[in-house]
Design a protein around this ligand. Structure first.
Ligand SMILES: Cc1ncc(COP(=O)(O)O)c(C=O)c1O
Length: 389
């Protein structure tokens, strides 16, 4: 159970920004359809509200990793095309077929299971064959592709499946000019050509994630699968900020200052005493911690906007709380502390936290814990009040 929105902390999710981001990405990939990737609870933003907003802005597909995530979207009433790609033996293949979800098939074991599950189903299973064009993760190796294509076509002729897509995933799309990009494109084209020559008639061919959508137009094909950029975060910070790409961060993470107190010089702060006050000062307690997704790796480095100034986490991030040195300032308990947001009102961004913690912004937003209520707004978050809404 999480808390009501007005208390300890909240993640404000700006659905207007998400819709605007989807429109920007659709313009970038004009001519291709857009799949809104809402796996992992919409990268921490809430899968169902984000999926609805993305649909409103013209996303024709929704994408998830696990079948359970895809089935949850259907159960929430989302119609239209939904695809999921992270399968393990045992399914739930039949549930996906019955829910009209497109399923990814990376190899023979999966094809056999989905064909078996289609026995007696009201419709053929919609399958998308995934090629490993060089990522070296899921997907079918080129050497095994002829067998997979042949067996998929046989199942199609038997009325058990319909091959709706041929697809793959990039390894280094966030590094323009990386030699693997051209190599993967070439392998993908060859594998698609082979399957089509054998008789596959895919509805969609797709390869591009967010960085490829923004920087590799020749990878757009029929459909682009965008995750992080839709949430307004730059997939390649060294190439540009969200604003450079016309995107706006969707999530703002804020907390209520829980306590402000005087402390003398030489006072150790938080577990391990990795921070010690150097002068008489004021300390502010921020009631979120690593249980809420605030990275412990950002101990001593994470930035927070409190009372109009950006402060740094003093000492260790604990499970439920951390401390900032307020240097004599005395915000009221209940004043707002903004860990990250779009950044245009002086608050840090998720990218700032990624740098502070030695990770990527994908991880910062995705790991915000279930204990933090998501509050959905349409438009700019209100960061001016002392008490969170
Ligand atoms: C197969 C697949 N496609 C697309 C995406 C979306 O990637 P991004 O968030 O970089 O747009 C992911 C996410 O990792 C993915 O696993």
């Amino acid at each position: 159970m999480n808390e009501t929105a007005s208390l300890r902390a909240r993640a404000e999710i700006d659905l207007a920004a998400l819709r605007a981001n989807v429109r920007v990405l659709r313009e970038r990939a004009a001519g291709a359809q857009l799949m809104a990737v809402v796996k992992s609870d919409g990268y921490g933003h809430g899968a169902v509200p984000c999926a609805r907003a993305a649909r409103e802005a013209g996303a024709t597909w929704l994408g998830t990793a696990t079948p359970h995530e895809a089935l949850a979207l259907r159960a929430a009433g989302l119609d239209g095309r939904i695809m999921c790609w992270l399968w393990t033996p045992g399914g739930p293949w039949r549930e996906a077929i019955d829910a009209d979800v497109d399923v990814s098939v990376s190899g023979m074991w999966a094809l056999r299971e989905v064909v078996a599950a289609s026995d007696g189903a009201a419709r053929p299973a919609r399958i998308q064959l995934k090629a490993d064009t060089g990522l070296g993760r899921s997907g079918c190796q080129p050497a095994d592709w002829p067998e997979l294509v042949t067996e998929a076509l046989a199942a199609e002729r038997a009325g058990r499946v319909k091959v709706t897509g041929l697809w793959s995933h990039f390894a280094c799309a966030d590094e323009p000019g990386h030699p693997s990009i051209a190599a993967q494109l070439a392998v993908y084209r060859d594998m698609v050509a082979y399957a089509e020559k054998e008789g596959v008639e895919p509805e969609v061919r797709h390869l591009a994630n967010s960085p490829a959508t923004l920087t590799i137009p020749e990878a757009h094909f029929d459909l682009v699968r965008t995750g992080i950029a839709m949430y307004g975060i730059s997939p390649a910070p060294e190439l540009g900020t969200p604003a450079d790409f016309g995107l706006r961060p969707v999530m703002t993470l804020a907390a209520s200052v829980a306590l402000v107190k005087d402390a003398p010089a030489g006072h150790g702060v938080s577990y391990g005493h990795h921070y010690t006050t150097t002068a008489e000062t004021t300390l502010g307690l921020i009631p979120v911690g690593y249980a809420d997704g605030v990275p412990r790796h950002a101990s001593g480095t994470g930035p927070v906007l409190v009372g109009g100034k950006v402060r740094t986490v003093a000492g260790r991030v604990a499970m439920d709380q951390f401390v900032v040195d307020l240097d004599g300032d005395r915000p009221e308990p209940g004043a707002e502390a903004v860990l990250f947001g779009p950044g245009d009102r002086g608050e840090p961004t998720a990218q700032d936290w990624a740098e502070a913690a030695g990770t990527i912004a994908y991880e910062i937003v995705t790991r915000i814990g279930a204990r933090v209520p998501r509050v959905y707004v349409d438009g700019t978050a209100d960061l001016t009040g002392g008490v969170p809404r």
